[in-house]
Design a protein around this ligand. Structure first.
Ligand code: 5GP
Ligand code: ZN
Length: 140
């Protein structure tokens, strides 16, 4: 397991920084976000340190997704939000502030206005979208 001694999430894994932990297993940890954007906002991390989706390998990323689903179901059942976003940031331009990979679970209330920026609100140019799709598929 890779540990970065300067990383706050590695410190939470090690237990040297407190957190409201939700779930822990061999590969992942889930805990409440300390600055919640909405009630129930929580985070799921791999125990091993890597900064982002590009640096991660399949096994810890898959483990994070499995835990994310498990926690998402629990958040849904416990808090019964109107909806829920799962999201994850890579790099400062994407809003990443902690450089240890993490998934956000963000419970939503209808009309709460969070995550403004209009995801999926404006139809794109289909030719441009298709071009992007082709370029991405060529990398897969
Ligand atoms: P990012 O901006 O990198 O996608 O998300 C980092 C998240 O970590 C933010 O939502 C922030 O509130 C949360 N966070 C930052 N420091 C701490 C901390 O010490 N403990 C916990 N539980 N969450 C933190
Ligand atoms: Zn870390």
């Amino acid at each position: 397991m890779i540990v970065d001694p300067d990383c706050i999430f590695c410190k939470i894994v090690a237990g040297t920084l407190p957190a409201f932990k939700l779930h822990e297993d061999e590969h992942t940890l889930a805990f409440m976000d300390i600055n919640p954007i909405s009630p129930g906002h929580c985070l799921i991390i791999p125990k091993t340190h890597f900064a982002n989706v590009f640096d991660g390998t399949d096994a810890p990323l898959a483990a994070v997704m499995a835990t994310t689903r498990r926690v998402a179901v629990a958040v849904r059942d416990a808090l019964q939000p109107d909806g829920m976003n799962l999201f994850q940031a890579n790099g400062p331009a994407a809003g990443q502030t902690v450089y240890h990979f993490h998934m956000h679970i963000l419970p939503r209330t209808a009309g709460d206005g969070l995550l403004r920026g209009g995801h999926g609100m404006q139809a794109g140019d289909k030719a441009v979208i298709a071009g992007h799709a082709d370029r991405i598929k060529a990398r897969l």
